[in-house]
Write a new protein. Structure first.
Length: 130
């Protein structure tokens, strides 16, 4: 898996790392049992503080998408978890949709974009199944 970080972006670096790992899981690039680069290695590769990478990994752990241990490092876990509630996702979606409305994006365009993105994740996962 390749992670790209834009040091000049408005999105915090830890959020960029977290988001790219989530997308890689959704696309099937990372599956259950996949290992992520060690925190210090990833930080050194980008020339950033290791606490930044640690924050991204900790968010993923809190969301139940990875498990962290000293022995195995960061490992992708099963997607289903009780740690991350649908209400958490709904709150994020609500804010994103509110932004679309505030910017005057037509509902049909928002729905089309959502369907296209969901289909892209589904298509990738279908390709991986025998």
């Amino acid at each position: 898996m390749i992670i790209n970080v834009d040091l000049a972006a408005e999105v915090p670096i830890y959020q960029q790392i977290r988001d790219q790992v989530v997308e890689a899981i959704a696309h099937g690039t990372l599956t259950e049992g996949s290992t992520l680069p060690p925190i210090r290695t990833l930080a050194a590769d980008f020339g950033i503080n290791f606490h930044t990478v640690n924050k991204a990994y900790d968010l993923l752990r809190q969301e139940g998408l990875i498990r962290l241990s000293r022995k195995t490092g960061a490992v992708v876990t099963a997607a289903a978890t009780d740690q991350y509630l649908p209400s958490d996702w709904t709150a994020k979606a609500r804010t994103l949709l509110a932004e679309a409305v505030a910017r005057g994006i037509p509902a049909d365009d928002v729905l089309h974009a959502c369907r296209t993105l969901l289909d892209s994740f589904s298509a990738t996962q279908q390709e991986d199944k025998p």
